[in-house]
Design a protein around this ligand. Structure first.
Ligand SMILES: CNc1ncnc2c1ncn2[C@@H]1O[C@H](/C=C/CNC(=O)c2cc(-c3ccc(F)cc3)cc(O)c2O)[C@H](F)[C@H]1O
Ligand SMILES: [Mg+2]
Length: 214
C-alpha cells in the first residue's frame, strides 16, 4: 500500500533534519509542506505568533489539542524551561506514532507526552492520570467545532487559573465561529486577535489569544 502524506513528511524529516535540532526539524517540515505537499501544520508565519505567546506564558504545564505530525508540539516544547512539559492529545493512532518519531528526531521526547485519545475523554483524566493541577498554556488546533466544548470542559474541570493563556489556530479559515462567539462574550476571558495567513498559502487566517481572568 502506498505511504500516507504524513509518512512522507516523516521520511523527509528523517532524511534531511539534523538529529536533536528542533529548528532543523521545523524548517524541514515547512520546506516540504510549502514545496512538495501542503499539510495542516501551524507553519512558519503563524508559528512566530505561537512562539511569542508561549514566551509570554512561559508555561510549566502546556497542553495541545491535535498533535497531527508534531510540528506545533516541537514549536512549543523547544521554548519550554527545563522542568516544564507539554501534554499533546491526538486520537489518530497513525498520526500519534508519526509525531512520536518526529519529536524523537527533534530530541524533545523528554519534554513532550503524546496522549492518544479524544480530548473530551482525556481532559477529565488529566488530574488523576497525568498529575495536572492547573494548565498555564493551551494550544487549540484540533477539530474546529471542538474548540468551544473543550474550553468549557477545561473550565468545568478547574484546570484554568488566573492568567492561563489559550491560543487557538484557524479563527478565519476553516474558522471556529461558535468558539469566537463564546470566548469573546465570556466575562472571564480577555481576548486578542492576531491576523495572519493560512499556513504555506496567501489565504487570510488568524489566531485568537484568550487570557483567563479567574
Ligand atoms: C475532537 N477531539 C480530538 N481529540 C484528539 N485529537 C483530535 C481531536 N479532533 C481532531 N484531532 C486530531 O487533530 C488533528 C486535526 C486537526 C484539525 N485541523 C484542521 O482541520 C485544519 C484545517 C486546515 C485547512 C485549511 C484550508 C483548507 F483548504 C483545508 C484545511 C488548516 C488548519 O490549520 C487546520 O488545523 C488531527 F488530524 C486529528 O486526528
Ligand atoms: Mg490549524
Amino acid at each position: 500500500m502506498d505511504q500516507s502524506k504524513e509518512q512522507r513528511i516523516l521520511n523527509s524529516v528523517s532524511y534531511n533534519a539534523v538529529k536533536g535540532d528542533p529548528e532543523s526539524v521545523l524548517d524541514c517540515i515547512d520546506n516540504y509542506c510549502s514545496q512538495k505537499e501542503w499539510a495542516m501544520n501551524v507553519g512558519d508565519e503563524k508559528g512566530v505568533i505561537l512562539d511569542k505567546v508561549v514566551e509570554e506564558a512561559d508555561p510549566t504545564i502546556a497542553l495541545e489539542f491535535g498533535t497531527y505530525v508534531g510540528y506545533s508540539a516541537i514549536r512549543i516544547a523547544r521554548l519550554l524551561k527545563p522542568n516544564a512539559r507539554l501534554l499533546t492529545i491526538e486520537f489518530n493512532p497513525e498520526f500519534a506514532s508519526i509525531a512520536r518519531e518526529i519529536i524523537e528526531i527533534a530530541g524533545l521526547s523528554e519534554k513532550i507526552t503524546i496522549i492518544e485519545g479524544h480530548s473530551q475523554d482525556i481532559i477529565p483524566q488529566l488530574r488523576e492520570k497525568y498529575q495536572v493541577d492547573k494548565v498555564d498554556f493551551v494550544f487549540l488546533d484540533h477539530w474546529k467545532e471542538r474548540y468551544c466544548p473543550d474550553t468549557i470542559l477545561l473550565e468545568e474541570c478547574g484546570y484554568l487559573r488566573k492568567g492561563s493563556i489559550l491560543l487557538a489556530d484557524n479563527i478565519v479559515y476553516p474558522g471556529a465561529p461558535d468558539f469566537i462567539k463564546y470566548i469573546r462574550s465570556h466575562k472571564s476571558f480577555d481576548c486578542t486577535n492576531y491576523p495572519s495567513h493560512l499556513e504555506y498559502m496567501k489565504v487570510e487566517d488568524a489566531m485568537e489569544k484568550a487570557v483567563y481572568m479567574g
